[in-house]
Design a protein around this ligand. Structure first.
Ligand code: 2HA
Ligand code: ZN
Length: 277
């Protein structure tokens, strides 16, 4: 079987198209990486030679030998589903950890996303927490970016706000949302700051820019971003309806929700003991 016809390329095409259609990835915006296992790669008969070696600018040795299907730098998510072999690539991290071998894709000379440091550093940290870790996704959800201008950038208060915007939030992201300061995109520094947050969270806000999220499958991570952005969208709608909140989900409601869905809210943001409501 050819890799181009695989379910991995199909899923990458579907998700990048969804991200584009939601208006979360204008022009160069957004990037996705998906880890493949050796067994998965071995199923294909066109992945056995290195097409090119591409240097990377940080040490990825903890991922040596791992395979990632990743979107390319400067690619437009509007087009990925029509040109997957141009706009995405399958790479293997070399043993030295300072470059990747290209096995498929990027057939116009392209390279992995400019946010590859944030992706790979996140994969490194998350694999320590969750051996099923596979996906990292970055996009620019409109209402979340807007919220980063109007709301204080405090993880506890943003997490509690988003939990109270809809019953679904606490169930989907009980650990809350991490926030880094505004930083220059594409740098190793933003990569390290993001990956550090990923020790505690699966979703990190990049103020005035977008969101980084990770998890076990494309749908899990896409759904996580969708749920965070929906909560931000409800907040936008509340503000545009005049902003007065007459009734809301209470802390006790959140505790009941956590019990019924068997999730553990981040104890720094919500105590399960109803003391200081
Ligand atoms: O890949 O979204 O953060 C383009 C970006 C940079
Ligand atoms: Zn971005």
């Amino acid at each position: 079987m050819k890799f181009k016809d695989s379910k991995y390329v199909e899923k990458m095409s579907e998700i990048t198209n969804e991200l584009y259609k939601h208006g979360w990835d204008e022009r160069n915006g957004g990037n996705v990486s998906l880890r493949l296992t050796q067994d998965e790669v071995d199923q294909f008969d066109d992945l056995d030679k290195t097409l090119r070696n591409i240097p990377i600018k940080f040490d990825a040795t903890p991922l040596a030998g791992q395979y990632f299907l990743v979107t390319g730098t400067g690619r437009y998510f509007k087009n990925v589903h029509n040109y997957p072999e141009r706009d995405t690539g399958l790479v293997r991290i070399t043993d030295e950890g300072n470059s990747v071998d290209l096995l498929w894709g990027f057939n116009d000379g392209g390279e992995p996303t400019s946010e590859f440091p944030s992706h790979l550093m996140t994969h490194i940290n998350r694999q320590k927490v969750d051996s099923n870790q596979r996906v990292v996704m970055h996009c620019h959800p409109t209402n979340l970016v807007a919220l980063s201008f109007t709301h204080e950038l405090d993880e506890g208060s943003v997490s509690r706000l988003l939990w109270k915007m809809q019953a679904e939030s606490l169930v989907v992201f009980p650990e809350g949302i991490g926030i880094i300061p505004y930083m220059t995109p594409g740098t190793n520094e933003i990569g390290q700051a993001t990956a550090d947050k990923m020790n505690e969270f699966r979703v990190v806000m990049w103020p005035h820019h977008g969101i980084f999220a990770c998890g076990d499958s494309m749908d899990e991570v896409y759904g996580l971003i969708e749920t965070v952005e929906k909560a931000c969208m409800i907040y936008t709608a509340i503000k545009s309806q005049g902003g007065d909140i007459l009734q809301s989900i209470t802390d006790d409601d959140l505790r009941d929700l956590a019990k019924s869905f068997n999730v553990t809210p981040n104890p720094n943001f919500l105590s399960m003991q109803p003391i200081n409501n």
